[in-house]
Design a protein around this ligand. Structure first.
Ligand code: AMP
Ligand code: GLY
Length: 423
């Protein structure tokens, strides 16, 4: 099979590493890719916003299958355009990508199909939103409706904070994404991400993971794209997985199909496990980054036929097998992230991968033959262990061998699971 992978993050490096192991693979391209992905695929400097250019390249190389990693091209309809051109594509349609692209869309779906989630209202102007906040009181959650790079959510512990967040959204802090605001009840519990594939009809549960969204140790500081993750998430017991499939995932898949937006691709539910059970915080229509890195480490099966079955409506014919081990990834980010940070800082050394550990590239580039950091999140140091504690020890041992002066990481990735394992 000739495959084109779209994206350039740590998630795509993990996908590329796994796809490259498939005996079905004949030729492999990535656009735009990164220096880590270059170990597995030929990099192509395509502008992925130019759908015609992507299609022209795919035709020229007789690509059999395109795998789209990030959300932006999905929300922009790249999967629709590729499929319209007759190219099998892994990734949801623009209409189905609204599950991530519009928080209001997802909340309305939950309301229609009785999917457990926090009570909410949608607003197009500030005053009624503020009125609702005053009625409900704090804590309360304010969300820009659209894609805001993970920064459009304020968990307000006071009413004053909530009112300020409403002003911030309507004053344009998140551009068009903040033109509509969702105000939502605060859910108390432990978070977990639940990954599934769907071909529009069938859902296949993949695995669970836990992300660490805050920049600082002890879950402090501003939200980021994710500073580290581990899989599996111990809070997702098999009973909780069963409830999540029945109460959240299956009604979503059948509801999307009924509404004329069948979902094809991978998605993950951001869940809060509350005293009542699993409740939906949000959906994402792609693999999480850095959750994908730990999932790919744990996946035993060949990824390529699973992705292809998802894209071609034959998901009921495949299974996914997982290693029992835990995997954990530590994100090394540029100092200053998620605020401003220096670009093009040199990375002097990345330690070699072993059977049990691997460093994925996210925001790196080669400048004059030298590896530099170009993004906020730059490297993902990922390791296995018989439990999260062992995976954590191995991941940090490897992290400490990375030589990059402008990098920093959280030192406590996996703390909840480690505390559980010690108890
Ligand atoms: P989201 O971008 O919707 O995933 O939100 C970012 C983070 O905000 C989540 O991972 C949660 O930690 C938090 N959050 C979002 N919605 C709620 C809620 N209703 N209750 C409590 N925390 C929330
Ligand atoms: N790590 C969170 C995300 O990919 O949305």
């Amino acid at each position: 099979m000739k495959v084109l992978l779209i994206g350039s993050g740590g998630r795509e490096h993990a996908l590329a590493w796994k796809i490259a192991q498939s005996p079905l693979l004949e030729e492999f391209y990535a656009a735009p890719g990164n220096p880590g992905i270059a170990d597995h695929a030929t990099l192509v400097s395509l502008n992925v916003e130019d759908h015609a250019a992507v299609i022209a390249f795919a035709k020229e190389k007789a690509i059999d299958f395109v795998v789209i990693g990030p959300e932006a091209p999905l929300v922009a309809g790249l999967a629709d355009d590729l499929r319209a051109a007759g190219i099998a594509t892994f990734g949801p349609s623009k209409a189905a990508a609204q599950l991530e692209g519009s928080k209001g869309f997802t909340k309305d779906l939950c309301a229609r199909y009785d999917i457990p989630t926090g009570a909410y209202q949608r607003f197009k102007t500030a005053e009624p939103a503020k009125q609702y906040v005053r009625e409900q009181g704090a804590p309360i959650v304010i969300k820009a409706d659209g894609l805001a790079a993970g920064k459009g959510v304020t968990v307000a512990m006071t009413e004053t904070e909530a009112l300020a967040a409403i002003d911030e959204c309507f004053d344009g802090a998140f551009g068009a994404a903040g033109a509509e605001v969702v105000v939502e009840a605060f859910l108390d519990g432990e978070e977990a991400s639940f990954f599934c594939l769907s071909d529009g009809k069938t859902a296949l549960a993949l695995a669970t993971a836990q992300d660490h969204k805050r920049v600082g140790d002890g879950d402090t500081g501003p939200n980021t794209g994710g500073m580290g993750a581990y899989s599996p998430a111990p809070v997702m017991t098999s009973a909780m997985v069963e409830r999540t499939m029945k109460e959240i995932i299956e009604p979503t898949i059948s509801g999307m199909a009924k509404d004329g937006n069948p979902f094809s691709g991978v998605f993950f539910a951001g869940l809060m496990i509350t005293a009542k059970g699993p409740e939906l915080i949000e959906y994402n229509v792609r693999f999480g980054d850095p959750e994908c890195q730990v999932l790919m480490m744990r996946l035993k099966s060949d990824l390529l036929p699973i992705l292809y079955a998802t894209a071609t409506g034959t998901l009921d014919k495949v299974e996914a097998e997982w290693r029992d081990d835990a995997a954990l990834t530590v994100v090394l980010a540029s100092k200053g992230y998620p605020g401003a940070y220096d670009k093009n800082t040199p990375i002097a050394h990345i330690p070699d991968a072993s059977e049990e550990a691997k460093v994925f590239h996210a925001g790196t580039a080669l400048k004059d033959g030298r590896l530099v950091a170009t993004g906020g999140r730059v490297l993902n140091v990922t390791a296995f262990g018989k439990n999260v504690t062992e995976a954590q020890t191995r991941a940090y041992a490897l992290t400490d061998k990375v030589e990059w002066e402008n990098g920093f990481c959280r030192r406590d990735i996996g703390w909840q699971a480690v505390a559980r394992e010690k108890a």
